[in-house]
Design a protein around this ligand. Structure first.
Ligand code: CP
Length: 316
């Protein structure tokens, strides 16, 4: 695998999940693969899980790891071509990217949507510049429109916990005080659409997502959507459709996932990518319940990252 930015890069999902479970059963089995190879992880935005799990995955494979926080301790970077650089940005991404490529074998990039300009966000300008100019294989650690390492971990988790071949998975919008990108719900929809699960999305009017949702059923009545669910995947996202792109249209806590909503399901497992705002997205009671699988889900981030890095190393 050269680059990893979306579900199609991983190939057939049944094979990917099988490989993930094998890696999970002995995560040090491939520790010679990354010897004398260096992973550079570049963060334009904050992270807890992605940073730690990807670093751990690389260490399991015997790699060296360099972590760069672009907004701390490096020159401020200009990303637009043609700009007269007479402001506070001392270096252009077009020099910085190939320089970074000189010091490593594989690059991971986290660069969120700015939520100001939909065209710019959905063109994925930052990660695509890394792919074009670094000379190295590049993987997404959450880009503007997708978070494939998260979705892969979500899929592994559902496969581990499901009790029927074709579970009903419901992704529900839930309230949040700040505007959040659509990357996680876009990506989750893309990965769920690549399975044969029953997949339903529920959100208030105005929160329609881009074409990533494919043929998924959209149900505006959250309670109806949750009926008979086997997995409830909660997430907030800002509006995608114009003229409200990037805006918070609602913080209605009637959409918070609580015990009464979970009672409508078929004893569903509760999932969230984390970090989560308690009692906005989900109540304390639900996230602390025995049906909450947010911690195993986060733990699988190490496994999804390790499969992706393993495949990239095998292709070097
Ligand atoms: N879920 C996830 O990507 O977490 P972080 O933002 O902490 O990396």
């Amino acid at each position: 695998m050269r680059n990893f930015t979306n579900v199609s890069d991983i190939g057939p999902l049944d094979i990917a999940v099988k490989e993930a479970l094998k890696v999970k059963s002995d995560r040090f089995a491939y520790s010679a693969l990354g010897k004398n190879r260096t992973l550079m992880m570049i963060f334009f935005n904050s992270s807890l899980r992605t940073r730690l799990s990807t670093q751990k995955a690389a260490m399991n494979l015997g790699m060296n790891v360099i972590v760069l926080d672009v907004n701390q301790g490096t020159w401020k970077l200009e990303t637009e071509r043609g700009v007269i650089m007479d402001g506070d940005k001392a270096e252009h991404l077009l020099e910085a990217i190939p320089v970074m490529g000189c010091y490593c074998d594989i690059i991971g990039v986290r660069s969120f949507a700015g939520l100001n300009d939909k065209t710019e966000d959905y063109e994925e300008r930052v990660i695509n510049q890394f792919i074009k100019y670094s000379g190295r294989p590049v993987f997404s650690m959450e880009a503007a429109t997708r978070h494939p390492l998260q979705s892969f971990a979500d899929l592994i988790t559902i496969e581990e916990f499901k009790t029927k071949p074709r579970p009903k998975v419901v992704m529900t919008w839930a309230p949040h005080p700040r505007a959040l990108p659509q990357a996680v719900p876009n990506s989750f929809a893309e990965w769920m659409n690549a399975t044969d699960y029953e997949f339903v999305i529920t959100h208030p009017h105005g929160y329609e997502l881009d074409s990533f949702i494919g043929n998924a059923r959209v149900e505006y009545d959250q309670r109806k959507a949750l009926e008979g669910a086997d997995f409830v995947y909660a997430k907030n996202w800002a509006a995608y459709t114009d003229p409200n792109y990037g805006k918070v249209l609602s913080t209605d806590r009637a959409w918070t996932v609580d015990s009464e909503k979970m009672a409508l399901t078929d004893n569903a497992f509760f999932m969230h990518c984390l970090p989560v705002r308690r009692n906005m997205i989900v109540t304390d009671e639900v996230i602390e319940s025995e049906r909450s699988i947010v911690i195993p889900e986060a733990a699988n981030r190490e496994i999804s990252a390790q499969v992706v890095l393993k495949r990239m190393l095998e292709s070097l």
